[in-house]
Write a protein that binds this ligand. Structure first.
Ligand SMILES: Cc1cc2nc3c(=O)[nH]c(=O)nc-3n(C[C@H](O)[C@H](O)[C@H](O)COP(=O)(O)O)c2cc1C
Length: 183
């Protein structure tokens, strides 16, 4: 099973980066597949460590995937950073890396973990926005601009009905993202 997470990683200058990454949890190990052209891949190759943040708001995944996001964080004893608003976080150390062409396969070992807050529960707006972020991040790979346009139009009503102000903010961010792609 793949869990969609926010990954925080550092470069050699201690500059923090956020991205959305799908992660498989296998006992105390993690497997994930960053594209080679991502800052996340560069950072993990450089520093050999990072943090997987489990979130219950799609807002973080939308912005981490599609913008130069900057969220409130806290430092851990190991010198990593986790999202202040996460449910749990897992610090990891790189253990193996394979070259898969466009992507790397990264195997990592969990070195520390912590529970920060309770999962709020399933929310339809959050689920729909997460899927919208996936479509947006795959434009030019497996998706087209019109796929995002249609998806946002089809799901606007239910997102606004079942979400809150953060869902609305994410939706408007995705609409602006779409407009920039259409230019
Ligand atoms: C839910 C979700 C899951 C994603 N999973 C991955 C993934 O597993 N690997 C990957 O390379 N990109 C994935 N992406 C796309 C990255 O988040 C996106 O390319 C991002 O811009 C990379 O950021 P970075 O260059 O700051 O590392 C995902 C996006 C979303 C919305």
């Amino acid at each position: 099973m793949i869990i969609e997470t926010v990954m925080t990683s550092l470069n050699n200058k201690n500059e923090l980066n956020f991205s959305a990454i799908g992660v498989q949890f296998i006992k105390d190990k993690l497997v994930f597949y960053p594209y080679k052209n991502t800052i996340t891949a560069e950072n993990i190759l450089a520093t050999k460590r990072g943090v997987v943040n489990i979130v219950d708001r799609s807002y973080y995944l939308v912005l981490a995937a599609l913008s130069e996001a900057s969220f409130a964080v806290k430092e851990t004893a190991l010198g990593n950073y986790y999202l202040k608003d996460c449910c749990n976080y897992y610090e990891f150390q790189l253990s193996a890396i394979s070259d898969l062409g466009e992507k790397y396969k990264i195997n990592a070992k969990i070195t520390a973990q912590n529970n920060i807050s309770n999962f709020i529960g399933f929310n339809r707006a959050d689920n729909l926005l997460l899927e919208a972020a996936v479509i947006a991040s795959r434009i030019g790979i497996t998706k087209k601009v019109k796929d995002l346009k249609n998806y946002l139009a089809e799901n606007r009503e239910i997102i606004f009905k079942t979400g809150d102000h953060k869902s609305k903010e994410s939706y408007l961010f995705l609409k602006e993202y779409l407009q920039r792609q259409e230019e």
